[in-house]
Write a protein that binds this ligand. Structure first.
Ligand SMILES: [Zn+2]
Length: 793
């Protein structure tokens, strides 16, 4: 019996010998209060606190092992080794010190039945003497990891040329590319990943001043998003260098913008996106220890992984990146946000709603003046929802005097997010934009749009009416449909019989299906395009498209279908983009610790790349796996160059690399998994018994696991040294004569897990079977199969 410890096999006690047990297990994906919902596929850190009793007075170091079970079966990546073991066990710990807990990093599955088994001081070279191993394993679960989507976030590098001119002024690519610009949103939003990628065009030209605010730019970015096919969920404009404020957004809008000062730009991005999800400013701190699990914010500001409870939420105005993390109401609130639901990305491509009238402006909440910034008919916009009561701006659309649509626009004061670095002062300029129907239900075109004061501050009404004549516009360049070089000047002439000022929106289609805005919200009549920077032309299917608008009249013209001249060799596709998000170059990990491999792969022609098109390798260890996010815990000790290789559908290849050092250490014995002999005889009922792990020789251990039983039910583990099956209470009892019947209770998932049963003291065999109380069975008992456990010396 002593071999089959089952929690009974204590060795002799000694006052000098310490004892270790796992006290708490905290699963953290950004913040955690003990009950915070967990998200599948989002990298998690499990922090276990170890209780030290009989403190010997000298430093003690122990290692650990975590096993991950889904529906009672250990997953392929299990066991997980510690990030930091052997680590020094302290009698009292400071949660703010990452290495005062025993830590495990893993990518959790999406499941409502995940069990974590954390073992302290497991067998192996680093095992230290302790009083008893019987209390070394603690179970956490069953845990639920919910599914969330992967929102598509396009970013526009804004070529900010105040007053025009010919000198390009884009932001520093290195500050905004995937793996840098998106580090805060990857860290604090609960979604497991973002499709954070550049717009199709290399930059967005902007020549008017942004000093007083970014509302006009946000309105133009919103028009851009509506001119795209397929459409992302959100668009963000990055401004070169600093501004008098951090950034600006429209609450519940799709567009926002911010500056690229490294001390603040990543947090500003996360903040402005927060406004787009409907959040307002507040002044709360997180109040919890947070963890930047993939350590995204090591770049650019070398910020620590641990975030103190004094960190402010990202929605506190005017912060620098080091001051911010995320507080729970926002973190968990996003889990039910419609734009973060599973499948949202796939759905967005087909969500165009036909023609809409896009109306965008800026309201000065102090003077009451309203000024329009953008107004055009979009071929495939997304109709706006009304914001409801309390809105300060009302937009009404009429057709021949009949009201067709009234929209309340969400623009309470804090929607104008003028995040001065040292104050929470709001600019009086409030941007707004809506997508209205273009005609009434009876088919009568909208001929009047009126903007009036809603519930709040003064607003001088503005009436916009359809003029008699639509703009006339025609392309004048390119003159020929044949392209024989990369650089192309696109030019047009426009006129309006009513004398209205015309505004133009130029977009490009590579194939008549995908559309990319390239110069918009402009009075310019030409734009120079480098075709090599846009999705590659499909011969005879692509074209430029120009929208000329006087307000309520929009005229659309297309260029001829473009073809590459036979002599022009430059017409092929573009190579994909490959970015390693994790690990960072220069990262150092201990041997066996989970190496998260998280990358971004995008292609101008194919869009998002996944699966086998995204491959990971090491110059020391060869192929490591595929997909945007995967992990390994078996990289050999030494200096690795980890390479992400992305291949598009044309076979074009791009790579990114990160040099990573794996530091040698001795690992606990994980053992090859061996399952003990299944003797059968299960039923009635659906329960299954297994015992898998080590070979039950001395120093190994195995887990006895019952699954598929009734939840929260009494269960008896019946033991014998022999098998003599005989009918019993509607089933077959196998362990006879019965040596013992240990009482247990099944979990809510109907499981019993006795983890880490030590081997040794054999040879000796036990026959084991569970009988579980189950009202659904004829005699009220469910019988599991029986197994024979063979203990070795
Ligand atoms: Zn704000």
């Amino acid at each position: 019996m002593s071999a089959l410890a089952l929690g009974l096999g204590a060795t002799g006690l000694s006052a000098q010998i310490p004892d270790f047990s796992v006290q708490t297990i905290d699963v953290n994906q950004a913040v955690q209060n003990g009950a915070t919902t967990l998200v599948g596929e989002k990298t998690a850190i499990v922090r276990a606190t170890v209780r030290l009793t009989n403190d010997p007075g000298t430093p003690v170091f122990v290692d650990g092992l975590m096993r991950v079970f889904v529906d009672g079966e250990e997953v392929d990546d299990s066991p997980v080794y510690t990030d930091n073991g052997p680590y020094q066990v302290l009698v009292s710990i400071n949660e703010g010190e990452l290495d005062q807990t025993m830590n495990f990093t893993f990518i959790p599955p999406t499941s409502n039945n995940v069990t974590l088994s954390v073992e302290v001081n497991p067998a192996g070279p680093n095992q230290v003497p302790e009083q008893t191993a019987a209390n070394n394993i603690t179970i956490k679960g069953p845990l639920t990891f919910i599914a969330l989507g992967r929102p598509d976030m396009a970013y526009a590098p804004v070529d900010y040329r105040l007053g025009g001119g010919s000198s390009p002024n884009p932001p520093d690519t290195a500050l905004i590319e995937p793996g840098v610009g998106d580090n805060f949103i990857q860290g604090v939003y609960p979604v497991p990943d973002w499709d954070y990628r550049r717009i199709d065009a290399p930059t967005k030209l902007w020549t008017s001043s942004l000093n007083g605010g970014g509302s006009a730019l946000n309105n133009s970015l919103t028009a851009d998003l509506n001119l795209m096919v397929p459409k992302p969920q959100y668009i963000y404009g990055w401004i070169p260098g600093s501004l008098p404020y951090n950034g600006q957004s429209i609450i519940n809008g799709v567009a926002s913008m911010g500056n690229t000062q490294p001390i603040r730009h990543q947090r500003t991005f996360a903040h402005e996106v927060g406004h787009c999800t409907g959040l307002f400013h507040h002044n709360g701190s997180t109040g919890l220890w947070g963890v930047d699990v993939e350590h995204h914010l090591a770049i650019t500001q070398v910020l620590p992984k641990i975030k103190p409870p004094t960190a402010k939420d990202i929605m506190v105005a005017g912060l620098l990146s080091h001051q911010a993390w995320v507080y729970l109401p926002n973190y968990t609130g996003w889990m039910s946000h419609p734009k973060f639901q599973p499948g949202i990305n796939a759905a967005s491509a087909g969500s165009d709603e036909g023609e809409t009238l896009f109306v965008a402006g800026i309201w000065n909440a102090v003077t009451g003046q309203v000024q329009m910034t953008d107004m055009l008919t979009l071929p495939s916009g997304r109709l706006s929802d009304t914001a409801g009561d309390g809105s300060e701006i009302i937009v009404r659309a009429f057709a021949q005097g009949q009201i067709v649509r009234e929209l309340a626009v969400a623009t309470v004061s804090s929607s104008d997010c003028s995040d001065a670095s040292d104050s929470d002062e709001s600019s009086p300029l409030v941007g707004f934009n809506v997508n209205l129907p273009v005609r009434s239900a009876a088919g009568v075109p909208i001929d009047q749009v009126v903007i009036v004061q809603g519930n709040g501050r003064a607003l001088s009404s503005l009436m916009l009416e359809r003029s008699a004549n639509a703009p006339r516009v025609a392309f004048v360049s390119p003159a020929a449909a044949q392209l024989d070089g990369d650089v192309l000047r696109v030019a047009w002439e426009g006129s309006d019989a009513d004398g209205d000022e015309l505004t133009y929106y130029l977009r490009y289609s590579r194939d008549g299906v995908q559309f990319s805005p390239i110069h918009t919200s402009t009075q310019d009549t030409s734009f120079t395009v480098n075709m090599k920077q846009l999705p590659a032309l499909v011969d005879g299917q692509g074209f430029f498209e120009l929208f000329a608008t006087d307000g309520l009249n929009t005229t659309v013209v297309r260029s001829e279908l473009l073809i590459n001249a036979p002599s022009f060799a430059g017409g092929g596709g573009n190579p994909p983009w490959a970015h390693i998000l994790t690990p960072d170059a220069g990262a150092t990990l201990l041997e066996g610790a989970t190496v998260i491999l998280h990358g971004m792969a995008w292609d101008l022609e194919d869009k998002g790349l996944h699966g086998a098109r995204v491959a990971w390798s090491s110059d020391l260890d060869g192929a490591l796996g595929t997909g945007r996010r995967t992990s390994r815990n078996d990289l050999s000790a030494g200096d690795h160059v980890v390479t992400l290789t992305v291949t598009d559908s044309d076979g074009m290849v791009s790579t990114d690399t990160a040099a990573v050092t794996i530091v040698a250490r001795d690992l606990p014995d994980a053992g090859t998994k061996i399952c003990q002999l299944d003797l059968g005889f299960g039923g009635p009922g659906n329960s299954t018994l297994s015992m898998c792990g080590g070979d039950l020789s001395s120093g190994t251990s195995a887990d006895l696991l019952l699954t598929g039983a009734a939840p929260n039910a009494s269960a008896w583990l019946v033991l014998s040294l022999s098998a003599a099956p005989m009918p019993f209470k509607g089933g077959t009892l196998v362990p006879i004569p019965v040596l013992a019947a240990q009482p247990h209770t099944t979990s809510v998932a109907g499981d019993v897990l006795l983890a880490g049963i030590p081997g040794g003291n054999g040879p000796m065999s036990f026959v084991l079977q569970f009988a579980i109380q189950d009202g659904a069975q004829p005699h009220g008992l469910d019988f599991s199969n029986a197994i024979q456990a063979d203990f070795l010396p």
